[in-house]
Design a binder for this molecule. Structure first.
Ligand SMILES: *Cc1c(COP(=O)(O)O)cnc(C)c1O
Length: 226
């Protein structure tokens, strides 16, 4: 087990109480998660539905599970009973399915829109135009009751995988702009979360206005291969 407790404490202190730390535990053991849990940590991020389900069954139920991977529509029902926040919503179809499954489970599910800010084509997320269209369609969706059980809480993005820090900063700045420029405040009063920053770039993300960072390898060491 390779949890870096000192690093954990250092990051928690550095972030203060304004910025939330999500410990990214994909491909880590339940023992590793338990260790951070025993230190009082409750927010964990996972990328794979099957892995998440297995861990959720095994671990204390007051853990707040964050889904940070690419979520397929047909898998929403599996995590809908307990998921705390879905970071990667990138289509209206997915959002409507989350709403449907939330109704079935008699709960409200919090969601972030994932925005494509990196240079890599392989990364997921909405373009600024797609985000704008989605946000503009919200009043109509609300009228037809299609968002009754989802809460739109903000945006998430992943910067390019590069050593070029000015490129990374530019991408985070851009995401922060989109976040600040979300239009009609009244229809999105819950829009208060900006999930950006990982092990390699969280300091830049924090400087650029992140309110939630997702950190794995700094806490748990290098990730085993999937
Ligand atoms: C894996 C992952 C992280 C954590 O990455 P580290 O570099 O290990 O901190 C953060 N966000 C997302 C979306 C991820 O898939």
């Amino acid at each position: 087990m390779a949890v870096n407790i000192e690093k954990y404490r250092e990051i928690v202190k550095e972030l203060g109480d304004k910025i939330k730390l999500i410990a990214v535990s994909k491909l880590r053991t339940v023992e590793e998660i338990r260790l951070l849990y025993s230190l009082g940590h409750r927010d964990f991020g996972e990328n794979y539905v099957q892995e998440l389900i297995a861990k959720q069954l095994d671990l204390p139920h007051d853990i707040r599970w964050h889904f940070i991977g690419h979520l397929q529509t047909n898998k929403v029902k599996i995590i809908a009973p307990f998921i705390h926040l879905i970071h990667g919503v990138d289509s209206l179809k997915l959002l409507e399915e989350i709403n449907k499954q939330a109704i079935i489970n008699n709960r409200t599910i919090k969601c972030l829109f994932q925005i494509h800010i990196a240079q890599e084509e392989t990364k997921f997320g909405l373009s600024d135009t797609e985000l704008k269209e989605l946000i503009e369609s919200i009043p109509k969706l609300k009228l037809s009751n299609k968002l009754s059980h989802v809460r739109l809480c903000g945006l998430m993005g992943m910067a390019s995988l590069t050593d070029n820090t000015s490129q990374i900063r530019k991408e985070f700045k851009y995401l922060k702009c989109l976040f600040d420029d979300r239009g009609d405040e009244t229809s999105l009063s819950s829009f208060n979360t900006l999930s950006m920053g990982m092990s390699a770039d969280y300091k830049i993300a924090v400087e650029e206005g992140s309110s939630m960072v997702r950190i794995g390898s700094l806490l748990f060491g290098e990730r085993p291969a999937k």
